[in-house]
Ligand binder design. Structure first.
Ligand code: IMP
Length: 430
C-alpha cells in the first residue's frame, strides 16, 4: 500500500526536486503524473547539479525506476535529451529504468507554435506560460484528437497521424494567429525518428504500479508545478493546464485511493510565483531582493525552465491552509528556511481583508484574489547562520517558533525543514 504523493503546496518551485531526492532514497519507483517539461526540478548531489524538466528527478538515485504516467504531456525530444544528459553524467537511464505510459500524450512542434501564438495574441492579458506547448497539448487531449505514445508503436500510421495533426494546427496558426505554418513532412519524419527511439520505453505504467504495490514496493508520485497552478483548484486562468494536486496523481498514474499512504506537501518558507496572476503578499524593494537573491547562486529565485526572475513575498497561510485542504496533506516540508535569516521581523499572512470584511479563508478560492489585502502577523527573526542545523535543537528559538506557527496555522505537522541547497542540509523533525 505504500504510495506516497508529493505535491507542491504553492505556485510551483517549492523545492520539490530536493524533497523527491530525499524520499526517493527509500522508494523503488518514482513517477511523474501531470504536466510536462514546463516543470524544472533541481537536485544537488555534491558538486553536481541536475536540472530536469520531464524525467522524474528521483532517477538521480541509481536504485529507482522512473515512470511517466498517462497524465503527462511528453515532448519526445525533451525526453530523449534528458535521457542523454543523465547518461553523459554517468547515470544509467534506459528502457529498463524508465517507462512512459502508452496513454501519455505527446507535445509536438505544433503545440509549441500554438502556445507561442496564443500567448502573443493575449496581449496584456497573457498568462506567462513556459511556452513549452503544454496548454495546446492538453486541449488536444480533452478534444479527443491528441497523439498518444501507444500510437508510436504503429510506425506506418504514426507518421501519417503526425502529418495530419501538424496540417490541422497549420490552419489555426495561419488563419487565426497569422503565424508561420510548420513543414508537416519534416515534423512527421522527426517524430517517426523519435518513435523508433522511444518504442522500448512505452509500457502500461498503471499496471507496473499496481504490480509494484502488490509486491510491497514503495512508489513515490512526484508532483510538478503546484496547488495554486492547478487547472481546477488554482488561481484560474493563471494556471497550468493539468491537475498537480494530489488527486491528479491517481488519475495521472491509474492508481486507486486504497493505495495512498500519505500526501506530502512542499512549501517554501516564503511565497514565490512566476508568470502573471494575483499575488496578495508580493513584495518589492529591498526585502524582495533579499528573498529573490541576485541570480548568481543556482538556488536563487530565477526560473529553472525559463530563467525569469520569480516574484516573491511573505508566506501566505491562507493559501497554504487551502493547499492542505484540497490535497488532503498529511505533512509538510518547509524549504529554504535559511533564506529568512537576518530578516526581522518576519511576517506571515494569516487572513485577508476586503471591503471592511475580514476573511480567514478565501470565499471563492484562489481564482478570486483581487482586492484581498493581507493581514500580517509579525514574528521575531533570527540572525545566526542556520545552514548547519540538522536537528530541531540546532535551530534558534525564533526559527522553531516560526515553524510551529506555520504548523498551527496550516493544521498539519512540518516533518522536514531545508536549510541549504545540499542534499544533507535538512532538519528532520518527523
Ligand atoms: P504552462 O504550464 O507553460 O502553460 O504555464 C502556465 C503557468 O504555470 C505560467 O504562469 C507558468 O509560469 C506556470 N508554471 C508552469 N510550470 C511551472 C513550474 O514548474 N513552476 C512554476 N511555475 C510553473
Amino acid at each position: 500500500m505504500p504510495l506516497d504523493i508529493l505535491v507542491g503546496a504553492q505556485w510551483g518551485d517549492e523545492g520539490k526536486g530536493r524533497m523527491v531526492d530525499l524520499m526517493a532514497a527509500e522508494a523503488d519507483y518514482v513517477a511523474r503524473y501531470s504536466g510536462g517539461d514546463n516543470a524544472g526540478h533541481t537536485v544537488h548531489v555534491g558538486d553536481d547539479i541536475y536540472k530536469l524538466h520531464l524525467i522524474p528527478s528521483g532517477l538521480v538515485r541509481p536504485h529507482t525506476i522512473g515512470l511517466l504516467g498517462n497524465g503527462l504531456v511528453v515532448n519526445p525530444n525533451t525526453m530523449l535529451d534528458e535521457i542523454m544528459q543523465l547518461q553523459q553524467a554517468g547515470i544509467e537511464v534506459g528502457p529498463e529504468r524508465l517507462k512512459v505510459s502508452h496513454a501519455a500524450h505527446m507535445v509536438t512542434p505544433a503545440h509549441v507554435a500554438l502556445d507561442r501564438a496564443q500567448e502573443h495574441s493575449r496581449g496584456d492579458d497573457l498568462i506567462g506560460t513556459t511556452l513549452r506547448g503544454i496548454g495546446p497539448a492538453y486541449v488536444d487531449k480533452i478534444a479527443r484528437h491528441g497523439l498518444r505514445f501507444g500510437q508510436m508503436l504503429d510506425e506506418e500510421n504514426f507518421a501519417d497521424l503526425v502529418y495530419k495533426h501538424t496540417e490541422a494546427a497549420n490552419q489555426q496558426l495561419t488563419q487565426i494567429y497569422n503565424a508561420e505554418p510548420l513543414d508537416a513532412q519534416v515534423v512527421a519524419a522527426e517524430y517517426l525518428d523519435y518513435a523508433r527511439n522511444l518504442q522500448p520505453y512505452i509500457a502500461d505504467v498503471s499496471a507496473i504500479i499496481s504490480e509494484a504495490l502488490s509486491d510491497g514496493k514503495i512508489v513515490l508520485a512526484e508532483g510538478a508545478q503546484g496547488t495554486l497552478l492547478d487547472l481546477d483548484h488554482g488561481s484560474y486562468p493563471y494556471v497550468t493546464s493539468s491537475n498537480p494536486t494530489a488527486a491528479g496523481a491517481l488519475i495521472g498514474l491509474g492508481v486507486g485511493f486504497r493505495d495512498v499512504h500519505r500526501v506530502v506537501g512542499v512549501a517554501k518558507s516564503f511565497q514565490t510565483r512566476v508568470g502573471e496572476g494575483p499575488f496578495p503578499t508580493e513584495l518589492e524593494g529591498e526585502i524582495a531582493g533579499r528573498l529573490r537573491g541576485t541570480g548568481e547562486a543556482h538556488w536563487d529565485e530565477y526560473g529553472t525552465t525559463t530563467g525569469r526572475p520569480r516574484r516573491v513575498g511573505w508566506l501566505d497561510l491562507v493559501l497554504l491552509r487551502y493547499a492542505v485542504r484540497v490535497n488532503g496533506l498529511s505533512v509538510l516540508a518547509l524549504t529554504k528556511l535559511d533564506i529568512l535569516t537576518g530578516l526581522d521581523p518576519l511576517k506571515l499572512c494569516v487572513g485577508y481583508q476586503k471591503d471592511g470584511k475580514i476573511y480567514k479563508d478565501l470565499p471563492m478560492g484562489p481564482a478570486d484574489l483581487s482586492g484581498f489585502e493581507p493581514i500580517y502577523e509579525e514574528l521575531r527573526g533570527w540572525n545566526v547562520d542556520i545552514s548547519g542545523a540538522r536537528t530541531w535543537e540546532d535551530l534558534p528559538s525564533a526559527a522553531t517558533a516560526y515553524i510551529q506557527r506555520v504548523e498551527s496555522l496550516a493544521g498539519v505537522p512540518v516533518y522536514w525543514v531545508s536549510v541549504g541547497a545540499e542534499r544533507d542540509q535538512m532538519v528532520v523533525i518527523g
